[in-house]
Design a protein around this ligand. Structure first.
Ligand code: GLU
Length: 292
């Protein structure tokens, strides 16, 4: 059972903690082709995450990396190294925008991706997933001074933005044909369009929206989306690896269990997503939601 750690709040007021992790190397993602475990054993691993999502995956101006996904991935590779008696590997970070994630894994340009990456059926045909490590739901970000959008029913005829290749963009197209959807490459460009009044709302995971709301206190509000009294979507975050690399999947899930049981997950949430907007625990290795 997933346990709600925090309820979704409509206003995120907390400032993001400025914990940072060093981003090593500047390579333009040389494809090593090796799987995750081989790269960790060899002492150097290329990992994919987002670079523009505060609290989740963010490349700071000085090149350091911060965010929950960055911390989860770092924990997982170090924990796998410890388990096998290997040194902690050097990590090279690579930006993995929503629409490119499966391709970057398939090409071997990254060994694993943790990038607000929802596990779903179609993606599971191209890559395999460890996790889930977090459950969130699709929401809306609206300007605080234009808060006449309180739910799905208010979106008809509105201009909504989301990101190409994301599950929320697909859901909106399927479920809300009356909405004018504008697709951008990144969420940060959607946020600027919202700020400038070029779109009425931004839709994606509540975790991501909470990060942007916290970055600009007072400017935006997060709106919860429900359908028939249930969350509009379930977004189960996984760590993507090469298709059928079951050894990597098993090792990731073992590390994620340790991350929950030693309190690290809660620390990562507290340090990076203060207020825990949209954050719920998940059960690593349990993919039963794919059948429903
Ligand atoms: N979790 C959703 C997805 O994987 C939305 C966030 C994102 O685009 O990274 O598509």
């Amino acid at each position: 059972m997933n346990r709600a750690l925090r309820t979704l709040t409509t206003t995120a007021v907390a400032a993001l903690a400025a914990t940072t992790l060093v981003a090593c190397g500047g390579s333009e993602g040389e494809a090593s082709g090796d799987g995750l475990l081989a790269q960790i054993e060899a002492g150097s691993v290329t990992l994919g995450t987002k670079y523009d999502q505060p609290g989740l995956g963010l490349r700071e101006a000085d090149g350091t990396m911060s965010g929950l996904d960055v911390e989860v991935l770092t924990y997982v590779v170090n924990s796998i190294a410890d388990e096998n008696g290997w040194e902690h590997p050097e990590i090279t970070w690579r930006e993995t925008p929503s629409a490119q994630r499966e391709t970057l894994i398939q090409n071997g340009e990254v060994a694993a991706i943790g990038a607000t990456y929802t596990i779903n059926e179609s993606r599971s045909e191209a890559v395999s997933f460890g996790g889930p490590y977090l459950l969130t739901h699709q929401g809306l970000l609206v300007r605080s001074d234009a808060n006449d959008i309180a739910g799905l029913e208010d979106l008809d005829g509105r201009i909504l933005c989301s990101v190409t290749g994301s599950t929320p963009a697909q859901k909106v197209k399927d479920a809300l044909p009356g909405v004018q959807l504008q697709e951008y490459d990144t969420y940060s460009s959607c946020v600027e369009a919202l700020r400038n009044g070029n779109v009425d709302a931004l839709t994606t995971d509540a975790t991501i929206l909470g990060g942007y709301a916290a970055q600009s206190p007072g400017d935006f509000e997060v709106v919860e989306l429900e359908k028939d009294g249930e969350p509009f979507t379930n977004e189960n975050y996984g760590i993507g690896v090469q298709k059928d690399d079951t050894a990597a999947v098993d090792a990731i899930n073992k590390a994620l269990e340790a991350m929950y049981s030693d309190g690290s997950f809660q620390n990562f949430v507290d340090e990076n997503l203060e207020g825990g907007v949209g954050v719920n625990e998940a059960t690593p290795g349990d993919l039963s939601f794919l059948e429903s």
